[in-house]
Design a protein around this ligand. Sequence first.
Ligand SMILES: *Cc1c(COP(=O)(O)O)cnc(C)c1O
Length: 430
Amino acid sequence: MNYYSLNKKAPSTSFKNAVIKGLAPDKGLYFPELISPLPKAFFNDIDNLSHSEIAFEAIKQFVSSDIPEDILKNIINETLSFDFPIVELNKNISTLELFHGPTMAFKDVGARFMAQCLGYFNQNNSNDVTVLVATSGDTGAAVANGFLGVKGVNVVILYPSGKVSDIQEKQLTTLGQNISALEVNGTFDDCQAMVKTAFLDDNLTSKMQLTSANSINVARWLPQLFYFMFAYKKLHNKYKDIVFSVPSGNFGNVCAGIMAQQLGLPIKHFIASNNENNVVTEYLTTQLYNPKPSVQTISNAMDVGDPSNFIRIQEIYKNKFETLKDNLSSFSFSDNETKAAMLEIYTNHNYIADPHGAVGYLGCKAYLEKNPNAHCVFLETAHPTKFLDVVEDVIKTKQALPQQIQSVMGKIKLATTISNYEEFKEYLLE
Ligand SMILES: *Cc1c(COP(=O)(O)O)cnc(C)c1O
């Protein structure tokens, strides 16, 4: 099974090549040529399957023979070595906690899977692959952690100086080995611009193999479909109409959920919950897609003005607006509404949500108004202590730091400061 470029001006290619390249030569995103639904028996029998067995059946057609089955099974076992609990708030709303991995955000799943695939593909290659990541926090941490110690792969993380939380900075800068951090005098947009310039710099790309580890990469995007299946396994005997509300930024996570549905997972509907960066909410209302510069919010991992994966969702629905609208709703919420929701969840359900999860909760409530019999699962995409300032300010309660976070706090920061592209390039060529 091959992947084609959504820009349709590049040849189709293998899983291996799509993972190594990240983006197609025509700058399009890769998309699988075929999505074959899993047999009905798989879903009927899901109660008897382990997480690893579910994941293996779901992903193997997308990896095809590029990775031998026993190695793919090992990669999956490694990727999924933590828990994915469901917490039921009431008969209509549950949350799927995706923050039990090493960096306490859902991106651990995709980053760990991609790291091991790339490590496998590059094991006998004398030239290292260099992964470039611009981050506003969570992506860099998950990628750094996932790639730590992977042979044949070097990771260079660019983050904006003074604009990531202390916890996130520690997660990015204290690992060492094959992970380097560049502290950029500038904004996240400056970091992203430097990475984009590097990919287009022939002088640089002729000297080194560069790739990207954000959700445009198929090996980071697709494994995110696993946990929709795990949630279904836990809930399907109790609830009939299961819907998911996904706090969305680049729309990789919700698009992975829709892929699970394409594989036959009986999900009734998806909700893309947005903060005030609401291009898609507006699109579903007006049918006009107008990318805008991002605005800063308290759910900052979703501050995206032009979501890169939305084009994949359009492809799944063959660019038919009505089909897309039947399967996906989108709502947008302000910071004040998000804080009120965090307080409501804490007061009424004795549960602490982070700002991203709270936006997902609001999406559930909005959907349930017109669909009172559904059971809505919102994704808790990060642990609340990753957003300590906001959380403690809203619920007026001190939070204990989990072990994963405590363990990095005492470590020493190692970062190189850069201010412009020339300095970045010089660093890479050294
Ligand atoms: C990245 C991220 C999101 C957004 O996910 P997308 O796949 O980009 O839509 C939501 N919440 C948290 C905590 C994140 O780190």
